[in-house]
Structure formats: structure tokens, C-alpha cells
Design a binder for this molecule. Structure first.
Ligand SMILES: Nc1ncnc2c1ncn2[C@@H]1O[C@H](COP(=O)(O)OP(=O)(O)OP(=O)(O)O)[C@@H](O)[C@H]1O
Ligand SMILES: [Mg+2]
Length: 264
């Protein structure tokens, strides 16, 4: 349990007598990167909210980065977890520049109140460069394109040197070129020696990069299947998950999904 990045044993989340998450067993180890897939409402964001310490499970054992829930300060833990989601995209202060948005990542707050040290400013500038946004630092975050905003949010999450980085549908709303550019950037990040463990949530199999080693599929709040990517992303397993005739084809080590006989 202590050497796992995520350790969940029989985790359930119950609200008004309904199991929103039901008996989840999930272990993520260092140097693995995982994709989390599941249809709308399957419970992906709820599960990640447990990882992040925003929701407490009704049943089961959760240990994140070797720290068991209920035995330590969740605020401290959150500093080690980067979180990029489209809901965050809209919550950030409208008038801040892209540079300021990145800087605030260090403090896990949504605005800047004190003058940060110059080393932090240098790091924010470097991170903006790393995500290919070095020319955008002085622009208000609010006017950036969707793809630029996502890059800035990833730079923001990296500001605190997270050990775990959660990317919840980062490619939503991106055109096909912006998506590939963002994926290339994420790929470079994953290849780094000291890369954080990445949990990548998506509805699109082709976004699952070659560097992603494992996949977990959630269905109606329960794990449908999980394990090494090539064992999970097979035509028969995906057909079973989607309850239709699905074909998975591998091109350049990425999976592409085709649904057969869906339109009558
Ligand atoms: N506090 C709550 N009380 C009751 N039901 C909730 C609560 N929070 C979420 N739900 C329900 O739990 C289910 C799972 O929600 P969740 O946001 O985790 O889905 P998701 O897999 O992230 O879906 P999407 O792909 O659309 O983002 C949904 O049906 C949602 O309405
Ligand atoms: Mg969600």
C-alpha cells in the first residue's frame, strides 16, 4: 500500500442509499500512467474527487501517495496532486494573465495575494515556455483559446511539482491539430525521468498515448475491467463494455475505435 501512488480497496460512495461508486479496487504504481474511461455519468469525476481528497468514501480503504485517508491532513496531500479539468477552466479569475494563472499553481489558491519570490516567477516563465505558451504570458487568461487555456492549466499544475497529475478530458473542445499538439506536449512530459504519474480521463481511445501503460474502465459506478492497456483495449472487451459490436484497431501504437451496425 505504501509504495502505491493510488491504492483503493473496496471503495464505495453512497448518496441517498444509491451506490454512485461500487466496490472499486484500483492500484496505481509509480512509473505507470493510466487512462480512465467510461460513459457520461459512469463515476469518473467522483472517483477522481476521492483521489484528490474532496470526497470521502462511504466504505473502503483509500491511500494516496502512501498516505491513508483519515490519518493525515488532506490539504497537504492536495499540494502533491495536480488537477486539470474543464470545470477549473471556468473558475479561474477572469482578469489574471496567463503568467499569473501559472504562478498561482504554487500556492493552490485561485488568486495571487502576496508578491511571490523571483525564483517562482522564473519557474512560471520556464513552464509557460515548456508548454509552448511563452509568448502568451502577458495576455489575460480569459481571452486565450481553449487549447491555449489547457496548456496554461497544465503549466499551472506543474508549478507545485506534483507527484500525481490528473488530466480530466484535457482535449475537450480542441480542433484536431490543437489536440495532437496538446497530446505531443503531454507525451513529452510523460517521457521525462521525473514525470509525475498521470491519470488521463477521456472518452476517445485514440487519445490514449503509447506512454500510457494501463487502463481502467468504469461502468455504472463499477470497474468493468482494468489492467495493462493492450489487454483492456481489445475489440471483444470494448464490445462487452459498450454492449455493441466494436472494433479496435492499432495505428502507431494508438487505439482507434469503430462501432459497427450502430446506425439503422
Ligand atoms: N453529490 C451527488 N449526489 C448524487 N449524485 C451525484 C452527486 N455527484 C454526482 N452524482 C451523480 O453521479 C454520477 C457520476 O457522476 P460523474 O461526474 O462522476 O460522471 P463522469 O463519469 O465524470 O461523467 P462525464 O463523462 O459526463 O464527465 C452522475 O450520474 C451524477 O449525476
Ligand atoms: Mg466527468
Amino acid at each position: 500500500m505504501t509504495d502505491s501512488v493510488i491504492y483503493m480497496e473496496n471503495v464505495s460512495l453512497i448518496r441517498n442509499g444509491v451506490y454512485l461508486l461500487n466496490q472499486i479496487n484500483w492500484v496505481v504504481k509509480k512509473r505507470e500512467h493510466w487512462a480512465l474511461i467510461g460513459l457520461n455519468g459512469a463515476g469518473k469525476t467522483l472517483l477522481l474527487n476521492i483521489v484528490n481528497g474532496y470526497l470521502f468514501p462511504s466504505q473502503g480503504v483509500v491511500s494516496i501517495l502512501g498516505k491513508e485517508f483519515g490519518r493525515f491532513d488532506l490539504r497537504e496531500l492536495r499540494k502533491s496532486i495536480g488537477w486539470v479539468s474543464s470545470s477549473l477552466l471556468e473558475r479561474l479569475l477572469r482578469n489574471d494573465t496567463a503568467f499569473e494563472i501559472v504562478l498561482t499553481g504554487k500556492y493552490a489558491t485561485l488568486g495571487l495575494y502576496d508578491q511571490p519570490p523571483s525564483s517562482d516567477e522564473e519557474k512560471a516563465r520556464w513552464l509557460l515556455k515548456r508548454v509552448g505558451c511563452d509568448k502568451l504570458g502577458n495576455r489575460p487568461y480569459a481571452i486565450l483559446s481553449q487549447g491555449e487555456k489547457q496548456r496554461v492549466l497544465i503549466a499551472r499544475a506543474l508549478m507545485a511539482d506534483p507527484k500525481l497529475l490528473i488530466l480530466d478530458e484535457p482535449c475537450t473542445g480542441l480542433d484536431i491539430f490543437a489536440r495532437e499538439q496538446l497530446l505531443t506536449m503531454i507525451q513529452e512530459l510523460m517521457r521525462e525521468e521525473e514525470a509525475p504519474t498521470i491519470i488521463y480521463v477521456t472518452h476517445h481511445l485514440e487519445e490514449i498515448l503509447p506512454e500510457i501503460s494501463h487502463v481502467i474502465i468504469l461502468k455504472d459506478g463499477k470497474p468493468h475491467s482494468s489492467g495493462p492497456k493492450k489487454e483492456i483495449l481489445t475489440s471483444s472487451n470494448i464490445s462487452d463494455f459498450l454492449e455493441c459490436n466494436a472494433e479496435v484497431q492499432w495505428v502507431d501504437d494508438r487505439a482507434w475505435l469503430q462501432l459497427k451496425n450502430l446506425l439503422k
